[in-house]
Design a protein around this ligand. Structure first.
Ligand SMILES: C[C@H](c1ccccc1)n1cc(-c2ncnc(N)c2C#N)cn1
Length: 300
C-alpha cells in the first residue's frame, strides 16, 4: 500500500528528520539512550510523484522501490569513481525495498548539477544571456542541444517551496574552497558522463542530473539518490530531436493527461492537479519499471 502523499509513515525506532516532496529522511533511535543516533540516517523513497511542482494525490505503486534499486545499482556502477554513503539495506518492513540506511554526512551546501544537454532552467538562462551557470555558450543552441562535454551547472540549496538559484563557479569556490569545488565539479561531470555511457546503448538519455555529496574524513562521498528519473531528466533516446521540449521518459503520460481537457485542470490556475486515472498511474509505473530493467538488465 503506498504511503499517503502528505504523511510519511511512522516508523517505530526512527524519528523523522526531514520530509521532501517524494522522499523522507529519518534517524534511527539509539536503543540504549532513546536518543536519535547522530551517525546514521534512513533514506526512504515514497511512491509519491511530483509534476509541475505539485506532489500529486496519486501514488505510483512501486515507484519508491524501483528508484531505490536504481540508485543502489548506480552506486555499484560508480564505485570506482567515488565512495558512497550506503551502510545497509536492512530496513523496517514498512519500507522494505524502498529505503536504505546511510552514513550521516556533512552535506555540501551546493546542488551539484551537471548538464549533458541544454533544456529547462539552463535553456532559460541561455536564452536570456547566452550562459548557463555563468558559463558562456556558443550561439545557435536550442532546446535539447547536446553539449560537446557535460557542464557543471551548480545551484544553491533553496528552502523548500523555493527554487534553487544558479551558482557560477566562483560562488562554488567561495562556498566550498577551491579544492573541494574542483573535486565536486570533476566528480559531478564524470558521473553524468558515466551515466550516459551506460544509458545510451540502453535507449535512455540522461539530459541532466543532480547529485549530492557529503564530506567524511576530508573525502567527498556520494549521497542521496543517484541518476534516477527523480534526480535527472531521462529522455527516450530514439525520440531525441533538438529544437523543442523532449518527451520525458517517465512523466510524459502524467504531463500529457494533466494538460489535456480530460483532466479538467488549468495549469495556470495555480490549483493542485486532480487525481490521475488508473491507466495513467499504471502506464507511469510501467515506465519506471522499464527504465530500471533497461538500465540494469534485471527484472523488477
Ligand atoms: C536531499 C536529501 C533528502 C532526503 C530525503 C528527504 C529530503 C531531503 N538529504 C539527504 C541528506 C543527508 N544528510 C546527511 N547525510 C546523508 N547521507 C544524507 C543523504 N542522503 C540530507 N538531505
Amino acid at each position: 500500500m503506498a504511503d499517503a502523499p502528505s504523511a510519511p509513515p511512522d516508523l517505530p525506532g526512527y524519528v523523522p528528520v526531514h520530509s521532501g516532496k517524494v522522499r523522507d529522511l529519518y534517524a534511527p533511535v539509539d536503543e540504549r539512550t532513546g536518543e536519535a543516533r547522530g551517525d546514521l540516517l534512513l533514506l526512504v523513497a515514497s511512491d509519491r510523484i511530483s509534476a509541475f511542482d505539485f506532489v500529486l494525490d496519486s501514488p505510483i505503486p512501486d515507484k519508491g522501490e524501483v528508484l531505490t534499486r536504481m540508485s543502489l545499482w548506480w552506486f555499484e556502477q560508480l564505485a570506482d569513481l567515488v565512495p558512497n554513503h550506503l551502510v545497509s539495506t536492512d530496513v523496517p518492513d514498512a519500507v522494505a525495498g524502498r529505503a536504505v540506511v546511510v552514513r550521516r554526512l556533512d552535506m555540501l551546501p551546493v546542488e551539484c548539477v551537471a548538464r549533458a544537454y541544454l533544456t529547462g532552467g539552463g535553456l532559460r538562462e541561455y536564452r536570456a544571456d547566452g550562459t548557463v551557470s555563468g558559463i558562456a555558450l556558443p550561439d545557435g543552441l536550442t532546446d535539447g542541444s547536446r553539449f560537446p562535454e557535460p557542464l557543471f551547472t551548480p545551484s544553491t540549496k533553496a528552502p523548500s517551496g523555493q527554487h534553487d538559484e544558479p551558482m557560477d563557479y566562483a560562488a562554488v569556490e567561495s562556498a566550498l574552497g577551491p579544492d573541494l569545488a574542483a573535486r565536486a565539479r570533476d566528480l559531478t561531470v564524470r558521473i553524468i558522463a558515466r551515466g550516459n555511457e551506460v544509458a545510451a546503448p540502453r535507449g535512455i538519455i540522461v539530459a541532466d542530473t543532480k547529485v549530492e555529496f557529503g564530506v567524511a574524513d576530508g573525502d567527498l562521498v556520494l549521497a542521496d539518490e543517484v541518476l534516477t528519473p527523480d534526480s535527472s531528466r531521462f529522455w527516450p533516446a530514439e525520440q531525441w530531436e533538438p529544437g523543442h521540449p523532449q518527451p520525458s521518459y517517465d512523466k510524459e503520460f502524467v504531463r500529457e493527461w494533466l494538460l489535456s481537457p480530460a483532466s479538467g485542470w488549468d495549469k495556470a490556475s495555480g490549483e493542485a492537479p486532480p487525481p490521475l486515472p488508473d491507466d495513467v498511474v499504471e502506464r507511469t509505473r510501467a515506465k519506471y519499471v522499464e527504465a530500471y530493467e533497461r538500465l540494469t538488465g534485471s527484472t523488477f
